[in-house]
Design a protein around this ligand. Structure first.
Ligand code: GDD
Ligand code: MG
Length: 369
């Protein structure tokens, strides 16, 4: 089976961290999202993956190369963003699907444990019985309004598809951004920029050619910072419920306190009386000074957090430098290479762009460009 991964989004809701990396390279439990996805695809027997890329394509190519986990990897490049329909049509030739060959299409920013095997079987059965062109994985959420919403009948046929409905949503079942399809889909896509959700799914639903496969379990679209943090928190609970997960060469002072769930990357040093956790991921090569307190936060890696810093409910990018006694309040996002001077306080919901130097306290929500 082949898979096409849509990986060209700008990740605007993840700025400023997405200014320096594409969404699929954001870390979940210290491992880039795409690694989780490729590992799962490999487990389900996918032998070939094509990435539809545009924004920061070179980062993706550099990281994934031409082969990972036994999967052959190729790239379909757009010169400008083509939405979610255009890139699929553009990849038609590279995909070169056989007559009955199945294709998985994934939104690259999804972190889930969807059973790709069951999805593929569901689609195969329904395309034989009902001529189904595409099967959408569905997931139930509390607030469906920021997703594609479906109305489903008892046998799994999608009667209606509405992308990000403005009116009251028809159900709480949403498009989970994971599809099984085959060659037939190309007949419904046009060349150039368009949205598969707005322009193609409603038509397929009207013609009775769109089916839904319900998923229950883990599912997060990491495209919003709160949800990116949630994906990390879910992994923290899975791997470190009562004991911290430590990579190699971690040095923790005997007077430091680690409160699980906590994941610590390699070559990390945690000094005396530091208190780390609960719900903290520390990336590789991070130095945490004495008396620091960090909770509910994600630190990407290669950062220096000097003595006496306090960080809560925040995300710090790579190579961030916090001087002594810096306080980072709830909901802050600190871009790569940012430098925060000694003794300053960054109140809640402050975002700092990459490479910025912050000299003074910021006491109200603000974006530092
Ligand atoms: N190659 C390419 N080119 N990929 C793109 C482009 C583009 O121009 N624009 C977006 N993408 C990729 C994104 O990187 C992401 O992996 C996927 O397409 C979906 O785009 P998002 O911008 O993340 O859309 P969304 O999250 O608002 O909505 C989509 O996902 C929801 C599930 O999380 C829709 O498919 C909804 O219907 C769905 O419910
Ligand atoms: Mg998304």
């Amino acid at each position: 089976m082949k898979a096409l991964i849509l990986a060209g989004g700008f990740g605007t809701r993840l700025r400023p961290l997405s200014c320096t990396r594409p969404k699929i390279l954001f870390p979940i439990g210290n491992k880039p999202l795409i690694e989780w996805t490729l590992q799962k695809l490999s487990k389900f027997g996918v032998s070939e993956v094509i990435f539809a890329v545009n924004y920061r394509a070179e980062d993706i190519q550099k990281f994934c190369g031409n082969e990972k986990y036994g999967i052959k990897i190729s790239y379909s490049y757009e010169t400008s963003p083509m939405g979610t329909g255009g890139p699929i049509k553009l990849a038609e030739k590279i995909l070169n699907l056989g007559e009955d060959e199945e294709l998985l299409i994934l939104n690259g920013d999804i972190f889930s444990d969807v059973d790709f095997g069951k999805l593929g079987d569901f689609h195969k059965n329904h395309s034989t019985m009902h001529d189904t062109v595409l099967t959408i994985t569905l997931f139930e959420v509390e607030d469906p309004s920021r997703y594609g919403v479906v109305e489903l009948d008892e046998i799994g046929k999608i009667l209606r598809f509405v992308e990000k409905p403005k009116e009251k949503p028809v159900s709480r079942l949403i498009n989970a951004g994971i599809y099984a399809t085959n060659k037939k889909i190309f007949g419904y896509l046009k060349d150039g920029k368009h949205s598969i959700e707005k322009e193609v799914f409603p038509i397929l639903a009207e013609k009775g050619l769109l089916y839904g496969f319900k998923h229950e379990g883990l599912w997060v679209d990491i495209g919003k910072i709160e949800d990116f943090m949630l994906a990390n928190f879910k992994i923290l609970e899975q791997v470190s419920n009562d004991k911290p997960q430590l990579a190699e060469n971690v040095e923790i002072n005997s007077k430091a306190k680690i409160i699980p769930p906590v994941i610590v990357g390699s070559n990390v040093k945690i000094d005396e009386k530091a208190k780390i956790g609960p719900y903290v991921v520390v990336g590789d090569d991070v130095l945490i000074g004495e008396n620091c307190k960090i909770k509910n936060s994600i630190l990407f890696g290669k950062s220096t957090i000097n003595a006496g810093c306090k960080i809560k409910n925040s995300v710090l990018g790579e190579k961030v430098f916090l001087g002594k006694n810096v306080k980072v309040g709830k909901g802050c996002i600190i871009g790569d290479h940012a430098v925060l001077a000694d003794n300053i306080k960054i109140a809640k919901k402050v975002t700092v762009c990459p490479y910025k130097e912050v000299e003074d306290s910021i006491l109200k929500p603000k974006n530092v460009f």
